[in-house]
Design a protein around this ligand. Sequence first.
Ligand SMILES: [Zn+2]
Length: 258
Amino acid sequence: MRIGAHVDPGDPLAEAAARKAEVVQFFLADPKGWKAPEARADADALRTAQVELYVHAPYVVNVATTNNRIRIPSRKLLLSHATAAATVGAKGLIVHGGHVGKGDDVAVGFDNWRKTFAFAAESGGFATPILIENTAGGDNACARRFDALARLWDVIGSYDVGFCLDTCHAHAGGEALLDVVDRVKAITGRIDLVHANNSRDAFDSGADRHDNLAQGMIDPELLVAVVRAAGAPVVVETPGGVDGQGKDIAFLRDRVTA
Ligand SMILES: [Zn+2]
């Protein structure tokens, strides 16, 4: 099982080495901006590296929204990120499930997801597999609660779409971690990547504040059990840079392989 971290995009392979990470995730553009990714000078080195790579789409992307001025650019940005992620050999492009606004019908959000895949199909499909990630907050989210996730998968499951399980988001989003892998797989049939994070906040708080694995509100052994059950590559998105994430990686490696 490959274990690694979300790292600064400057030199992802050096960041991986510093943490003894076998997998890294990074952004290809400003996560809070709408700029398309620029070509990377180190694309060849990244593509041929032993380290497995994942790209996280910008946080501004919300393909589910009923707001045209966010939904349409979100579709395009997601497509351009999938193309750019392929040039560095990324195994997946992680994107949050998104949400509709207050008073909107979340069913419209699910259909907007379907249109996103249909839009991509018109230009040959996404160049990198899309992994939809569960989110922590919001009342009208497409992938916070698993009843919504099941409805989303009813609409888009026929496309080859993957899933990224974030443990902090599940806990803070109000989904118990005890049997979470089985419940997700009953819906999606797969877990492609785990974001292993502890949470600074209480169960079902709706807050999205990650913590290091051995601290926070989730029993660390429960995180280990989820990682082991998922059997997928693992990325920690925890604080503390090389030191904090390096310890989290070592913590998982010790226990998951024990
Ligand atoms: Zn995450």
